[in-house]
Design a protein around this ligand. Structure first.
Ligand SMILES: C[S@@+](CC[C@H](N)C(=O)[O-])C[C@H]1O[C@@H](n2cnc3c(N)ncnc32)[C@H](O)[C@@H]1O
Ligand code: SF4
Length: 476
């Protein structure tokens, strides 16, 4: 998850009132109502194209948008409680149908990764889980041993029998949304789980020997103090999960918290940032190494990020199910939508993404910890310095990028003030003119403003389409 550094509401601010011509710079037009067959043909062509042979990760992502209820802060597109257009059983049937339809597009190579995300995949019954595995398993790449399978869930519904089944089915990485262990705060944000659920669940996961346990925590929840956050972290670290995601709470339009009272102010940001920085220090003192903007992993000899299911390689992901996103580097970004009542009840829409834009996206994701320039070039089979010569020059002149030990890195403050620079990377990498315009238009307004909450539609396009795989694809 990228929420802590790629502050979504700040994106809204940055994209406020951007003229259409700039929208054109950022995006090629959306394929609004892409017929299913076209989507299928696009994927088949993409995987058959030798220019994409460098893409070694081909992931299949299954989105389960069901939740028991809607947590007050949550921005994810989900169907909470009884508020869904389709029973979970019917949804699973359609998803199985969609898997069978799409799987041949990889040209027999199969998927190197399989991920279940949500929403709450752990709401699936054991029978439904078995059914989805049976549908996907034949399409996994048999050379990837063990297959990289990841499953996301909530402590309340990850029961012991379900965990036993997931282990038997070969799930390697289990991701648990904990957010906080403070029962008062959990109550306040409408999350139906107790700290006891969490402890039971983690103990089960450890006893069953899942190779990778990921825990998501949130910093900046209502009423949460730094001390409470650090107490949560200390308890979680005592279980030694392989990966911990420290997500900074974002104030997002459409959530219950935001509707009650928008809170995206400098003082909120400072409180949240203090927690994140303290958390970061705490984790590094306890043997965790930062592996992305919000992920921290136990550093072990010879073990790299890739082995922990994250990769800085340009992976392709096909997302199936309602609201699932597909990301094909140098090809396109798509979203799957539920449409109609037939068995083929999904439709697709999306946009093209060029090779340069895909490279830019990777730089943006890695800029905080440093993007290895040679590696970027090797991965995309391009001379990265030549491709981004103009943009990097402009960024360097403004002190927004520095080159250190062969990496492009953000040298500024990781603070409220530093956010403008940090997020301007998002634009500069799509063209020098874009930065110039943003610089003139927004820099002053931003410095003068305490509250930058604003919500233009373009921001949704960026949020939904741009960060597709990093945001929803479990780090691919
Ligand atoms: C897609 S959610 C699903 C996880 C799971 N259902 C759960 O409840 O934890 C994944 C993560 O997004 C993060 N998230 C959701 N809303 C957020 C917000 N407003 N700000 C920051 N992170 C958020 C949470 O940390 C959550 O673990
Ligand atoms: S945080 Fe998780 S459980 Fe809560 S509404 Fe969002 S996806 Fe559902």
């Amino acid at each position: 998850m990228l929420t802590s550094s790629l502050e979504l509401n700040f994106l809204r601010f940055l994209t406020r009132n951007i003229p259409m011509s700039l929208e054109d710079v950022l995006f090629t037009p959306l394929y609004e109502d892409l017929p299913r067959d076209h989507f299928h043909r696009f994927l088949t062509g993409y995987f058959a194209d030798q220019a994409n042979d460098h893409i070694v990760h081909r992931g299949l992502y299954l989105h389960i948008p069901y939740c028991v209820n809607k947590c007050a802060y949550c921005h994810c597109q989900t169907w909470p409680g009884p508020d869904h257009p389709l029973s979970l059983n019917d949804y699973v049937k359609r998803l199985k149908n969609e898997i069978a339809w799409i799987a041949p597009v990889t040209g027999g190579r199969g998927f190197s990764h399989l991920a279940f995300g949500g929403g709450t995949p752990s709401l699936l019954s054991e029978k439904q889980i078995q059914g989805l595995f049976a549908a996907a398993e034949p399409h996994l790449n048999k050379n990837t041993r063990p297959p990289r399978i990841s499953f996301e869930g909530n402590p309340g519904s990850l029961t012991t029998p379900k965990l036993e089944l997931l282990r038997k089915l070969g799930v390697q990485r289990l991701s648990i949304g904990v957010q906080t262990l403070n029962d008062r705060t959990l109550n306040l944000v409408g999350r139906h789980q107790s700290s006891e659920d969490v402890t039971r669940c983690i103990n089960d996961v450890k006893a069953l020997g899942f190779p990778f346990l990921n825990i998501d925590l949130l910093a900046g929840l209502p009423g949460q103090t730094s001390q409470e956050f650090l107490d949560d972290l200390a308890r979680i670290v005592s279980f030694r999960p392989e990966i911990i995601h420290l997500n900074g709470l974002s104030d997002i339009a459409g959530t219950a918290l935001n509707a009650n009272r928008p809170f995206n102010t400098a003082s909120f940001f400072q409180r949240r940032q203090k927690m994140l920085l303290q958390g970061k220090t705490f984790l590094s003192e306890h043997g965790y190494k930062q592996q992305g903007s919000s992920a921290f992993a136990i550093a072990q000899d010879g073990e790299d990020y890739d082995r922990l299911f994250y990769t800085d390689r340009p992976g392709a992901v096909i997302g199936l199910g309602a609201f699932a996103r597909s990301s094909l580097p140098g090809g396109g970004l798509f979203e799957s939508l539920l449409s109609g009542k037939s068995v083929n009840a999904f439709a697709y829409r999306g946009q093209k993404i060029s090779r340069k834009q895909s490279m830019a996206k990777m730089i943006v994701i890695n800029i905080i910890n440093g993007m290895d320039i040679d590696r970027l070039g090797t991965l995309f089979n391009e001379d990265a310095r030549a491709v981004f010569a103009e943009e990097i020059k402009a960024l360097t002149q403004r002190g927004m990028v520095a080159e250190k030990a062969g990496c492009w890195i953000y040298p500024g403050e990781h603070s409220f003030k530093g956010l403008f620079d940090l997020h301007s990377h998002l634009k500069i990498l799509f063209g020098k003119e874009v930065l110039e315009l943003l610089w003139r238009k927004y820099r002053k307004a931003y410095s003068a403003s305490e509250n930058y909450l604003d919500a233009p539609h373009l921001a949704w396009a960026i949020q939904n389409q741009w960060f597709t795989n990093s945001y929803y694809g479990l780090g691919w």
